[in-house]
Ligand binder design. Structure first.
Ligand SMILES: NC(=O)c1ccc[n+]([C@@H]2O[C@H](COP(=O)([O-])OP(=O)(O)OC[C@H]3O[C@@H](n4cnc5c(N)ncnc54)[C@H](OP(=O)(O)O)[C@@H]3O)[C@@H](O)[C@H]2O)c1
Length: 266
């Protein structure tokens, strides 16, 4: 890994869901040693990562770190006063733009990313974009951190990040929504709750594993099921004619609008 030696990483909001998932992935991948990892909390200091430096003083965290990851909720960032003078700042917050981040934290080395909940199992998809002042070494650190959390891609514009905030940032919620509808249908058909839950969860897990192994284009996957005919094709055709595609399109458009509005407000 060309991330330079002994990189010191600080995660503001390291006690949270995403912040602790990133800390866990960073340690597991050996990107930083525990003593070079600083994590901040607001209310309660967690028991996790006992060898890391825990603090409730975000400026102290920033002062002892080379790379500062911002992982608080966007509404809490509004009150966050941390100077990172010239340091590499990586935001995972939805909606907050590069310009606002740079102005607030007094640095031009800014990266805006958008991981998702699957970072917890190191399967996040994380798009990111960097300012011009972000060096190749900085980029290598960003790639290393988000490869440790799953898969990452550098994208071309902040608008793409705003769009991906809905598509992949919120992404794990959408198969969950489908699973909930399938489960409700199974219960309505009299299946035991335990059987229905195992059945539906196993379908999702198996689908994920298949996708991971084959890496097919979704269009080809659906076509393969349609060509198979039988019950699968009957279900797909009925779901499509009931407006499945337009429900997804409308949902993703709502997420995109919300993400753009959050950026305008920051
Ligand atoms: N979770 C996801 O799937 C996901 C996906 C994409 C992007 N994100 C982004 O990731 C960020 C974090 O989300 P999350 O889901 O991890 O939320 P979370 O679980 O609520 O974590 C946020 C953490 O930040 C702490 N915090 C708030 N203000 C602080 C401060 N001034 N100093 C130190 N710690 C502070 C909170 O402490 P308290 O316990 O005191 O509230 C909490 O532990 C958000 O901006 C979100 O947009 C999350």
């Amino acid at each position: 890994m060309e991330t330079g030696k002994d990189v010191r990483i600080g995660v503001i909001g390291g006690a949270g869901w995403l912040g602790s998932a990133i800390a866990d992935a960073v340690l597991a991948a050996g990107i930083a040693k525990p003593q070079d990892l600083a994590l901040s909390y607001r209310s309660t200091r967690p028991d996790r990562f006992p060898d890391a430096f825990w603090t409730s003083d975000n400026q102290a965290l920033a002062d002892r770190s080379d790379v500062i990851v911002l992982s608080v909720r966007p509404a809490d960032w509004v009150d966050l006063k941390v100077e990172a003078e010239g340091k590499l700042v990586i935001s995972v917050m939805a909606g907050i733009r590069l310009a606002a981040l740079g102005e607030r934290h007094r640095t031009r080395r800014i990266v805006r990313t958008l991981p998702n909940a699957a970072a917890e199992v190191r399967k996040s998809y994380t798009p990111w974009i960097a300012t011009n002042d972000v060096s190749d070494t900085d980029r290598a650190i960003v790639r290393a951190i988000f490869n440790a959390c799953g898969v990452q891609d550098e994208v071309r514009t902040e608008t793409e990040i705003d769009y991906l905030t809905g598509l992949t940032g919120s992404g794990p919620a959408f198969p969950a929504l489908l699973a909930e509808a399938m489960m409700a249908n199974a219960l309505a058909h009299g299946l035991d709750r335990q059987v229905a839950q195992r059945a539906v969860n196993t379908v999702l897990i198996g689908t994920g594993r298949l996708l991971e192994q084959r890496d097919d284009c979704p269009t080809e996957t659906v076509q393969t099921f349609l060509d198979y005919r039988g019950t699968t094709a009957a279900a797909i055709e009925e779901m499509l004619s009931a407006g499945f595609g337009s429900a997804v399109t409308r949902g993703l458009a709502a997420a995109f609008r919300k993400s753009v509005r959050m950026g305008e407000a920051s």
